[in-house]
Write a protein that binds this ligand. Structure first.
Ligand code: HXC
Ligand code: NAP
Length: 269
């Protein structure tokens, strides 16, 4: 797959980069010449992702860790930065999601998503700061439309991703003077991903969702990779603190997207 971007010899670290959208981003950077490290909980997923990225020509390494464990995140970043001599591009995309009404969630259920998505992002970003190349490093948080569209059965994800986007904007203020840019990407419904399978469980809902996207199709992980490469490239050198929807115009639909989620399962009495 040809790309207009050149990230030769750049060091990229993708948290949650072993499947779905984040692995798509990792592949995009590897195809553009970067050396891409990935981290997630499952050692098997880490090994498979690293093997695939090496196949694409990347000098890749993998780390098995939970982003909820700040010490494990710090250790992986320190180990990797010593090997790679710093990190040029950081992607924070580890996340969890399950559809559930707030009334059916325990405090621990709500907390599990906040801990992975929001606190996990803080753990990753704060531990990476000493190793980010200054000036010049670029950081992407993977957000979701839930950050700005209220959706039933997504109170935990809506709260967590809205927090992630405010982290993006706050750190753009705090890290800008060091020459570090930080942005969020909010993917729309992306085909063949775990998030899609969890939220769009049957053909009927899939077809309704497809029609609610102005471009009338689902996205591909490679299209999120293209957006990430743009935001980390010199073409975006003056862009920091933005939340970029990459969703075929889906977020423009706003309330109708939420109505769709509502149709997924009627709220009980
Ligand atoms: C209510 C639930 C539940 C459900 C879990 N819980 N599933 N509650 N309804 N369907 C509760 C559990 O009972 C428990 O609470 C608490 O949540 C934590 O569950 P664990 O299984 O112990 O947590 P853990 O093993 O840490 O797993 C985290 C997880 C899991 C989020 C629950 O699903 C996971 O690891 N997901 C990672 C993969 C993923 O979700 N990918 C999709 C990302 S897509 P109690 O009280 O019993 O202890 C995305 C946005 C997509 O983020 C947007 C698309 C448009
Ligand atoms: P996915 O394949 O499940 O990706 C999640 C990744 O994060 C996996 O690599 C997973 O690997 C890792 N992960 C999960 N919990 C972790 C933890 N506690 N510590 C470390 N790593 C962890 O799902 P996806 O659908 O592609 O989602 C990827 C990103 O895109 C997420 O940020 C999601 O919110 C966002 N998003 C997705 C969609 C969509 O349509 N799919 C839409 C909008 C936004 P392990 O299981 O090995 O840990």
């Amino acid at each position: 797959m040809a790309t207009i971007f050149d990230f030769s010899s750049r060091q990229v670290f993708v948290f949650g980069g072993t499947s779905g959208i984040n692995l798509g981003i990792a592949r995009s950077f590897a195809r553009a010449g970067a050396n891409v490290a990935v981290a997630s909980r499952s050692q098997d997923k880490v090994d498979a992702a690293v093997a695939e990225l090496v196949e694409l020509g990347s000098d890749s390494r993998g780390y098995s860790l939970d982003v909820r464990d700040p010490e494990a995140v710090k250790t992986a970043l320190a180990t990797h930065s010593e090997y790679a001599a710093g990190i040029d591009i950081l992607i924070s995309g580890a996340a969890g999601n399950f559809p559930a009404f707030a009334k059916d969630m325990s405090a621990n259920a709500f907390k599990s998503v906040i801990d992975i998505d929001l606190l996990g992002s803080f753990n990753v970003l704060s531990a990476a700061l000493p190793y980010l190349v200054k000036p010049g490093a670029s950081v992407i948080n993977i957000s979701a439309p839930q950050a700005y569209l209220a959706m039933p059965m997504q109170s935990h994800v809506c709260a967590a991703k809205a927090g992630v986007d405010m982290l993006t904007r706050t750190l753009a203020l705090e890290w800008g003077p060091m020459g570090i840019r930080i942005n969020s990407i909010a993917p729309g419904p992306i085909a063949d991903t775990e998030g899609f399978r969890r939220l769009i469980p049957n053909e009927k809902i899939a077809e309704q969702t497809r029609r609610s996207v102005p471009l009338q199709r689902f996205g591909a992980s490679s299209e999120i990779g293209d957006a990430a490469m743009f935001l980390c490239s010199d073409a975006a050198a003056y862009i920091s603190g933005v939340v970029l929807p990459v969703d075929g115009g889906w977020s423009v639909a706003g309330a109708s997207a939420a109505a769709l989620a509502m149709a997924h399962k009627p709220q009980g009495k």
